[in-house]
Ligand binder design. Structure first.
Ligand code: MG
Ligand code: ZN
Length: 218
């Protein structure tokens, strides 16, 4: 019974996600679903991404959080359209919640939409929102055991950003084991170690994003 219910919820979500996808295609918008734990650095990565890319890509952002509009305020400070979705307790965004945010944005000329999902390594991976690509971010402070403990998010993501590389000397984190485990779970994963603080590796990420959004859009 419970399994049936979960299947129905996911099937209903797929329908709405497909409608969102059609909306994005119609408006020529490339959409990134950014996922990761609380504190992995999702919003900071977004700020760095906006700084690095906004002269070449017209961007907008949807922020998903259980409560508060703090992240949307951080993004709006970069002169980018940002809408906050508060899930009111739900630990992920689904297609319907994202659809609810679309009317708040002016998509005229927008080329790239990044949706920052609710901080959570589990169920955001189960809900498509109509995105072109799923990107996940982990930080070295979370420990190197995450790919095997939370495999689904690693499986559904195209890119794995490993943040806070500047803290590597101070924590127990085996970068090669982490990379090997992540690739065991998903051999196609693009693994990009970086530091939003020092800027190391950010150019690799920005290049990836610029290239992937260019090939999809036109
Ligand atoms: Mg955030
Ligand atoms: Zn959830």
């Amino acid at each position: 019974m419970e399994i049936k219910l979960v299947k129905d919820i996911l099937a209903a979500n797929e329908v709405i996600a497909a409608q969102n996808k059609a909306f994005f295609t119609e408006h020529g918008v490339y959409v990134v679903n950014l996922m990761g734990s609380p504190g992995a650095g999702k919003t900071t990565l977004l700020e760095r991404t906006i700084e690095g890319l906004k002269v070449r890509r017209k961007m907008a952002v949807i922020e998903g959080d259980i409560a508060t509009s703090r992240d949307a305020e951080r993004i709006a400070a970069h002169a980018i359209q940002a809408v906050q979705i508060n899930t009111g307790g739900e630990c992920h965004l689904d297609g319907n919640m994202v659809r609810g945010g679309l009317g708040e944005l002016d998509f005229d000329g927008i080329e790239l939409l990044v949706v920052e999902n609710v901080g959570n390594l589990v169920c955001p991976a189960e809900f498509n929102i109509g995105e072109d690509v799923k990107v996940m971010i982990c930080s070295v402070t979370e420990g190197d055991d995450k790919p095997l403990k939370y495999p689904l998010m690693f499986q559904v993501s195209s890119v794995l950003l490993l943040n806070k590389l500047d803290l590597l000397p101070h924590v127990e984190f085996d970068l090669e084991r982490f990379r090997a485990d992540a690739l065991k779970v998903n051999p196609h994963l693009e693994v990009i170690p970086l530091s939003c603080k020092t800027g190391e590796g950010l150019d690799t990420w920005l290049r990836w994003l610029e290239e992937s959004s260019a090939t999809e859009g036109v």
